[in-house]
Write a protein that binds this ligand. Sequence first.
Ligand code: CTP
Length: 429
Amino acid sequence: MMLPLRSRREPRVNQASSAGLPLDGKRVILGVTGGIAAYKSIEVCRRLIDAGAHVVPVLTDAALHMVGETTFRALASEPPKTSLWTDPDPIPHTSLGQHCDAIVVCPATARILSDLCTGRSGDLLSATLIATEAPVIVCPAMHTEMWEHAAVQHNIATLSARGVIVVPPEEGRLAGGDVGNGRLADPVVVVDAVLAAIGPIAGVLNGCRVVVSAGGTREPIDPVRYLANRSTGRQGHAIADAAHRAGASVTLVTTSPLRSAPGVDRIDVDTAAQLYQAIAEASADADVIVMAAAVADFTPATVAEDKIKKGAGAPELKLVPTVDILAALGERKAQGAIHALLVGFAAETEDLDVNARSKLADKRADLIIANDVAAAGVGFAHETNAVTVFGRDGMELALSIRSKDEIARELCVLIAQRLSVPADTTRHQ
Ligand code: CTP
């Protein structure tokens, strides 16, 4: 089993510190072995640091043929370690292995996979790997023939069964101009795996099925024009990614071109009607539905087959209401047809509390996340957001201005608390 990614340790809910970076306070060993893809470990290092981690690089002799110590000296949190014998610490492997939150080996060659499989400790990295109880994440990269070799696949299966997290290689261009399976996973995916293993919300939604809608719908007028709104989908995508990192199996129904984490099951739609259909299909066995999409309330009654020409004068658009998807889900839940926790948003420019509470009641939602889209740095097209969460149980929680990723993480924790998911069990097997 390669994915979903799970920590071997008990998942812990650690709220991010005041700086708000998801790997704040985490010590991550970045093992680099001697594959051509070693140059990509530099970007992984930078991204881990950006996520708040303290990164300790451990390079094998072969890695030093591919990348220089100086680069890691400049970028990592500590100078790279390269040998069992030259470190001032007489037993560096146990110090490293015992005092880290995770080890990520990127790239992982066939040799290091084999060493880890057999417990062979011929150098600092392989010794450290068997001197740790922290989650180990390996990111294999090699030529297709090597990746598909029975010995390598056997080792991967053994490591997976032992709880080692494997970030599988991708199809793509390989060294020497060959093309095939074996290219190192994208650095974003590698860092995602670390976040899923030891991030602040690792495991809190293990086994849950979460459906998220995101983006603003586009209602066609004619073949070239549509009615739209200012939503970018950023907050909804952040929620889908966070839920995935929290262990959920996630379906994202989106109108947005923004990326979503690999592993999130993504359905791209345009109109309110398409969004409704996709959500209705995904909702049957969902544990949570988050309606973050800005769904059009009205759509043109008819769509002109040909482009409307201006010479014909200003057209009169007749609009008809769309289905209120959240309200329809609320009704289905009241009838017992679905059982998901229903989370809606409320985009308001005035009377936030009153409007949010009436949406909570009218749509029979369990939570409404309200934001004042007229406030500075809040809502549509901003990197940041500030929300107040209203619960059907009377809860009212203000989350002051912070990144949309942080808001997403906080929401996952709130959702998990409402589902009361036992930390290390699964709801669906
Ligand atoms: N929503 C929905 N279907 C619609 C309109 C809205 O499911 N046709 C959902 C949104 O995804 C959001 C919540 O309802 O979770 C509130 O959306 P919002 O645009 O704030 O409010 P509306 O219900 O559209 O009401 P109004 O425009 O009058 O504020």
